[in-house]
Design a binder for this molecule. Structure first.
Ligand code: SLL
Length: 283
């Protein structure tokens, strides 16, 4: 695609949070019965997706996602266009609208999925590729983590990411920064509720500078977690705390280790001295 006309906005970086990943459920006799049309050796239903944090719209900056599935799967290249999804969403109640780019499948094995992101034409960005391992079976660092997945009945392998646009073209910059609005407002710049209020709550980058709910067309993430939405400032704080504790632990280990090294060095020096003096005595 030809680069867009116009200038780049110098010294500016804009980011948009998003989530990608897979969710899998084993077939069972109660709430996830294998449909008659699905081959008998398929053990799980699963989805791979790219969507906004808290299900906000991402179609205004991401125009297409291509998922490359395992070649054993019929029609393994799946291309989804934002335009098509948005057309299909028209007139549907909010709860039934397709949020983000989603492929639903069934199967028996895990594999690496290639996820190719195609950006809005105004961005001039080249497509980018992500790789994601489809997880069907509970995993984790501890048995406890694995058990939690087993109990939930769902194997969730989700990744939080931030798409950075460095010195965006002016038109794209405008598209990214002028549409912030409340979740229940219908369109950017329209009769949307609280238009002025939104503008006040947003910095130029769309960062969460207010205290409230996540707004459409912003870079905000929720303040707290809720079911199905695990990425928030709360998650971030927990992660920061975990990193800080790990850092402190490493600092303590380094301190102990250097103490032990100093003690060994002193011991070595003493041994050398005594070796030297016995050599002198022997001479
Ligand atoms: C494995 N290397 O051995 C991987 C391959 C392939 C998964 C996994 C087939 C689905 C279909 C399917 O699940 N393939 O036939 O539609 O685990």
């Amino acid at each position: 695609m030809a680069p867009p006309a116009g200038k780049r906005v110098k010294g500016v970086q804009i980011y948009r949070p998003f989530i990608y990943g897979t969710t899998a459920r084993p077939f069972n006799d109660t709430d996830n019965v294998r449909p008659a049309t699905v081959p008998a050796d398929h053990t799980h239903s699963w989805q791979v997706f790219v969507k906004g944090v808290d299900d906000v719209d991402i179609f205004y900056w991401l125009r297409r996602v291509q998922f490359k599935l395992h070649e054993s799967i019929p029609n393994h290249l799946r291309t989804l266009d934002a335009e098509t999804i948005q057309k299909e969403n028209e007139g549907k109640p909010a709860s039934q609208k397709q949020k983000g780019f989603v492929v639903s499948e069934t199967g028996w094995g895990e594999f690496e999925i290639t996820v190719r992101l195609y950006y809005d034409g105004r961005s001039g960005e080249k497509p980018q590729t992500l790789y994601h391992h489809l997880r069907l079976h509970p995993y984790g660092r501890t048995d406890q983590e694995k058990e939690a997945m087993r109990n939930g009945g769902e194997v969730v392998a989700w990744v939080y990411e931030e798409q950075l646009f460095n010195e965006p073209f002016e038109d794209f910059y405008k598209a990214l920064t002028t549409g912030a609005r409340d979740r229940n407002a219908s369109s950017a710049g329209g009769k949307g509720k609280g238009k002025g209020k939104n503008a006040a709550a947003q910095s130029a980058s769309g960062e969460n500078t207010g205290g409230g709910e996540v707004k459409e067309r912003s870079a905000m993430i929720p303040l707290a977690n809720r079911p199905g939405q695990p990425f928030s400032r709360e998650t971030e704080q927990v992660e920061i705390k975990r990193l800080k504790e790990a850092e402190d632990k490493v600092d303590r280990m380094v301190l102990e280790m250097s103490k032990a090294v100093r003690a060994k060095e002193a011991e070595l020096a003493a041994l050398k001295r005594s070796a030297a003096s016995s050599a002198t005595t022997a001479a």
